[in-house]
Ligand binder design. Structure first.
Ligand SMILES: Cc1cc2nc3c(=O)[nH]c(=O)nc-3n(C[C@H](O)[C@H](O)[C@H](O)COP(=O)(O)OP(=O)(O)OC[C@H]3O[C@@H](n4cnc5c(N)ncnc54)[C@H](O)[C@@H]3O)c2cc1C
Length: 566
């Protein structure tokens, strides 16, 4: 048994930011299934938001309003206000830690335009923002005393009478499973776009935290809200940052028209992502994809070689390497890509996980970053607000977890919990059925993309749930070719696939129940937002293999819902 005051599951931006806070005062460990520097945060390109006003005058009030409107009024406004008000301070903290932001000619932190933001407020480091943040925070973590468990795969969270006792994790190098006793546990397991066929998300974004919560009897919040980013490289889903449109890029259809004129005449290419992704899908459905196909173009040519290579060097390379197009001379083929998950592990504004719709906190259990739902993004996140969320709420959860650890004793880690987890893994290793995890996953991704994607309708969602249930059933007949314990990546794939199957059912069940259109959730059979019946958060539990739903009110402080126009 390992013992640490605080155990953080996840070594991405949220996990590292939390660790910097906890490790100053209490013994801290980070468990990460991949090396922290390979976390998906490193792929973030465009920027991190704060109303610094370095390019044009800006205010917290405007940033807050843009965020609430972007969220289609589903975010909790108390949580959102903390995010916005803390943003400038957090950016300067990051700068002082050593983050090398791009600069204005006068030497201030440069800021660019992003979708749904009324002012240029994305602070960036060319199109390597996430990479720069992650490396800086990792260096800072190395400076402070903490224990890293790299390539350890967390398997479960242990609760004793509603209090968190710790987690179990598998050392991938040896295959040994160990219990980690902790006074506070922080989940920062990141996003989970891998439920979809075309996604911008890294292979590691499989929603393991969600799977662990469902198995512990804890709820997930607002899982039906999945953001599709308009510009993924065609057939790959690899991201072309919104910064490319922030710098002035156009979206074109087969006729060479800037089709956003017909959907968001004021904001055009800088409308929020849900609006643009739907517009693109409509263009394709109506036959205006390039050459009648299922993709469109982003055109950067008019920006000129110098600007492209200075502001968007990564995009230039990615387009060359993956679709063989030089963005300086040709338009780049793109399609919407599953990108961000607004829902997740429900928490209070202190990052404390809650167990029900009445906000009852789970003692000693915290969550932050993309896996969490506090909820600052509501039904649709604005670009650059997510890195900010990981930093602000990573820190917030770190402070709360640290204070909790300082004021409490260890809870005895239940032996029977460890034995159950060991026997589950042993049975997966011994399994000799006909099904394989990659095959089940491909089927699932196809079903989720076709039936629970940008446009949704009752019949499709019912079929989707049926398919997911069928895949869960087939999972019972899984077979393991690799029976070994040492670096068994097949075993890891199998467990990740089970997690994806389970939370995907929650997504589809939540989407079927929500008979309205709001933010990223669009029902063609209920095309209007319905505040009377649906201005509420979905909470979902897995009970005896079935999904149970409940609802929680949205916190409104200043901004009453209005019609959303761009
Ligand atoms: C291509 C791309 C570009 C983006 N660009 C931007 C942008 O410009 N601006 C912006 O605001 N947002 C952007 N986002 C979103 C943003 O990057 C993410 O939401 C944010 O980085 C998530 O940080 P995180 O710390 O929560 O998760 P991650 O950085 O994904 O880290 C998750 C961690 O959890 C660990 N983990 C997961 N499961 C387990 C397990 N079972 N056991 C042990 N460890 C586990 C992983 O090892 C990893 O260390 C982008 C996202 C993508 C995909």
């Amino acid at each position: 048994m390992r013992k640490h005051d605080v155990v953080i599951v996840g070594g991405g931006l949220a996990g590292l930011r939390a660790a910097i806070e906890t490790s100053r005062e209490v013994d801290t460990a980070i468990i990460s299934k991949i090396h922290p520097l390979r976390s998906h945060t490193g792929a973030a390109q465009g920027g991190i938001a704060a109303a610094l006003g370095n390019e044009t005058p800006d205010s917290m009030e405007e940033h807050a309003f843009d965020t609430v409107k972007g969220a289609d009024y589903l975010c909790d406004q108390d949580a959102m206000e903390i995010l916005i008000n803390e943003a400038p301070k957090n950016i300067y903290e990051l700068e002082h830690m050593g983050v090398a932001f791009s600069r204005t000619p006068e030497g201030k932190i440069a800021q660019r335009a992003f979708g749904g933001h009324s002012k240029p407020r994305a602070c960036y480091a060319a199109d390597w923002t996430g990479h720069t943040l992650l490396h800086t925070l990792y260096e800072q973590s190395l400076r402070q005393k903490m224990t890293f468990y790299d390539e350890w795969f967390a398997l479960s969270v242990a609760l004793v009478n509603g209090t968190c006792a710790g987690v179990t994790a598998l050392d991938m190098k040896t295959g040994r499973i160990e219990a980690f006793s902790a006074k506070s546990v922080i989940f920062t397991t990141g996003g989970y776009g891998r439920a979809f066929k075309i996604t911008s998300n890294a292979a590691a974004n499989t929603g393991d935290g969600l799977g662990m919560f469902l198995h512990a009897g804890l709820p997930l919040e607002d899982m039906e809200f999945v953001q599709f980013h308009p510009t993924g490289l065609y057939q790959h889903g690899i991201l072309v940052t919104e910064g490319a449109r922030g710098e002035g890029g156009y979206l074109l259809n087969d006729k060479g028209e800037r089709f956003m004129e017909n959907y968001a005449p004021e904001k055009m290419e800088l409308a929020p992502r849900d609006v643009i992704s739907r517009a693109m899908q409509t263009e394709v459905n109506e036959g205006r994809g390039i050459g009648g196909s299922d993709f469109l173009h982003i055109d950067l040519r008019h920006l000129g070689k110098e600007k492209i290579l200075e502001k968007l060097p990564q995009i230039h390379t990615l387009a060359l390497d993956f679709v063989g197009v030089d963005a300086i001379t040709d338009p780049v083929p793109i399609q919407p890509t599953a990108h961000y998950s607004m829902g997740g592990l429900p928490t209070t504004i202190d990052g404390n996980v809650i167990s029900d719709a009445k906000n009852t906190p789970v003692d000693g259990l915290f969550a932050a970053g993309e896996c969490a739902c506090v909820s600052v993004h509501g039904a649709n996140r604005l670009g650059t607000n997510s890195l900010l969320d990981a930093v602000v709420y990573g820190k917030q959860a770190g402070i709360a977890a640290r204070d909790h650890a300082k004021g409490t004793q260890f809870v005895n880690f239940p032996d029977e919990h460890l034995r159950e987890v060991e026997s589950d893994v042993a049975s997966l290793l011994a399994a000799d059925g006909k099904e394989s995890a990659p095959k089940l996953l491909t089927n699932l991704q196809n079903a989720m993309t076709q039936l629970c994607g940008i446009y949704r309708v009752k019949e499709d969602l019912e079929l989707c749930i049926e398919r997911v249930k069928d895949l869960l059933e087939r999972f019972q007949n899984i077979g393991a070719a690799d029976k070994g314990r040492i670096f068994n990546t097949e075993l890891i794939d199998t467990i990740q696939t089970r997690n994806i199957l389970e939370f995907s059912e929650v997504m589809a069940v939540g989407a079927l129940a929500r008979e309205e259109s709001r933010g990223a959730h669009y029902r063609t059979d209920f095309p209007k937002r319905d505040d009377k019946d649906w201005l509420k958060h979905t909470m979902a539990w897995m009970e005896d293999g079935k999904i149970r739903l409940d609802y929680k009110p949205v916190t409104i402080t200043k901004w009453e819902p209005q019609e959303r126009k761009y």
